[in-house]
Design a binder for this molecule. Structure first.
Ligand code: ADP
Ligand code: MG
Length: 348
C-alpha cells in the first residue's frame, strides 16, 4: 500500500473508532472469520460493554473457526483422521454438539445437506486446492466416492464416543458452521445483557431486538446482477441465510461448477441459483439453505416441510422465483425487478 493510501485508511479507521466511542446508540465492528467479513452491530449498548462484547465475540469466532475448519489442522481435521482409520474416538467437547446437530439436520433433509461429503468437496477443489484451469475432477474417483456415499446415518454417537462404518465419511461443516457460530455469538451477547444486535457474515445473519423504533432492513443479493434483488424487514429473533451458486465457482467450457454439491450425483447441484431462508436460529437456516438449494425447484417444498422451514425464496436456473405465501408477504422486490413468481402451497 502506498503511503497516501495507508494514511487515508488509518484516518478512516480512526474516524470509525471515534464514531464507535462517541455514539452510544449504535456500535459497529468488523473482523474476518469463516472466510468472510463478519459485521457486528449493537444497538443501545454503552460503549464499554459494546467494546468488551465485540472483543469477546471476535475471540469466540476465531476459536470456532480454528476448531471447526475442514482442512486446516484443528479438532475437526483430527476427528476426520481418526474416523478415516475406523477408530472409535472421544470427540472434543468443542465439536460434539455441533456434530450432533449437523447429523440431525442432515437426516431431516433426506441427506441433501450432507456434512460428511468432505472428500467430494475436496475433489472439486473447494478446500483451497483448485483444480488445474480447464479441468474437472477425475471421473472414476468421483464415481467411486458417490458409490461409497457416506451419510450422517453412517455415524454412531454414544455419549461422547463417535465411530463410523463408512470409511469415506469426512466432515466438512462449510454449509453449517457459520450459522452455528452466529448462534453461539448471539448467546454470548445475551449473556452480556445485550438485547438489540445483528451479526452479519457476508449477507448471512441473525438479528435480535430492533434498531431503535424501527425493524432491521436487510437486502438479499441478486444472484445474477450486482446489487440487491429484494429486501425484508426483520425484528425479534430472526435469521436470514442465502446459499448461492455465485459464492465460489469456476468455469470449464462455459459451464459453471460451483461449491454446493448434490450428494446423489457428486456434481454441483443444478437447477437453482440461490435460496434464501428466514428462520429463527441461524444453524438451521444455514443447513436448510444448502439443502433446499440441492433440492431445487421441484423438491424444495418437500424438504422444507421435513425440516420445519416456513419461509423460503428459491431463484431457479431460469430466473423464476419460487416462494411460499408467508415469504411473499414480507419480501419487497427492488424497483425494476420483473421476475416471474411461482407461489407454492402454504407451509404450516
Ligand atoms: P456459503 O458457505 O457460501 O454460504 P453454503 O452454506 O451453501 O454456502 O455452504 C457451501 C459449503 O458447504 C461448500 O463450500 C462445502 O464446503 C459444503 N457443502 C457443499 N455441498 C454440500 C452439501 N450438499 N451438504 C453439506 N455441505 C455441503
Ligand atoms: Mg448453508
Amino acid at each position: 500500500m502506498n503511503p497516501t493510501r495507508l494514511f487515508i485508511v488509518l484516518l478512516l479507521s480512526l474516524v470509525a473508532t471515534a464514531c464507535n466511542q462517541d455514539n452510544s446508540d449504535i456500535f459497529h465492528d468488523q473482523f474476518f472469520a469463516f472466510g468472510t467479513l463478519i459485521d457486528l452491530t449493537l444497538y443501545d449498548v454503552d460503549p464499554a460493554t459494546a467494546r468488551q462484547a465485540s472483543e469477546q465475540v471476535e475471540q469466540d469466532f476465531q476459536d470456532m473457526h480454528g476448531s471447526w475448519h475442514a482442512w486446516q489442522a484443528g479438532d475437526l481435521t483430527r476427528l476426520n483422521e481418526q474416523l478415516a482409520s475406523q477408530e472409535t474416538v472421544t470427540a472434543d467437547p468443542s465439536i460434539l454438539p455441533l456434530i450432533r446437530e449437523a447429523n440431525r439436520l442432515s437426516q431431516l433433509s433426506n441427506g441433501l445437506f450432507n456434512p460428511v461429503i468432505g472428500e467430494l468437496v475436496a475433489l472439486w477443489g473447494f478446500h483451497d486446492n483448485p483444480l488445474p484451469i480447464g479441468t474437472l475432477p477425475d471421473k472414476d474417483t468421483l464415481k467411486k466416492l458417490v458409490a461409497q456415499l457416506p451419510s450422517a446415518a453412517d455415524i454412531t454417537i454414544e455419549g461422547n464416543r463417535i465411530s463410523t462404518r463408512n470409511p469415506a465419511a469426512r466432515y466438512d461443516l462449510g454449509a453449517f458452521a457459520k450459522g452455528y457460530a452466529i448462534d453461539r455469538a448471539i448467546d454470548r451477547l445475551r449473556e452480556l445483557g445485550i438485547r438489540n444486535a445483528i451479526i452479519n457474515a457476508g449477507g448471512d445473519l441473525r438479528a435480535i431486538g430492533r434498531h431503535g423504533d424501527r425493524p432491521w432492513r436487510i437486502g438479499i443479493r441478486h444472484p445474477r446482477q450486482p446489487g440487491i434483488l429484494a429486501s425484508v424487514e426483520i425484528e425479534g429473533d430472526t435469521s436470514l441465510f442465502t446459499s448461492g451458486d455465485y459464492e465460489r465457482f469456476f468455469e470449464v467450457d462455459g459451464t459453471r461448477y460451483h461449491h454446493i454439491i448434490d450428494p446423489r450425483t457428486g456434481y454441483p447441484a443444478d437447477g437453482t441459483t440461490s435460496v434464501t431462508i428466514i428462520y429463527d436460529n441461524a444453524a438451521t437456516a444455514d443447513a436448510a439453505a444448502t439443502a433446499l438449494f440441492v433440492a431445487g425447484p421441484d423438491e424444495w417444498l418437500t424438504v422444507a416441510r421435513r425440516m420445519g422451514i416456513r419461509q423460503v425464496m428459491l431463484v431457479d436456473a431460469d430466473s423464476v422465483i419460487h416462494m411460499n405465501p408467508a415469504m411473499q408477504s414480507r419480501i419487497q422486490f427492488e424497483p425494476g425487478i420483473n421476475a416471474e413468481v411461482r407461489l407454492s402451497e402454504p407451509l404450516p
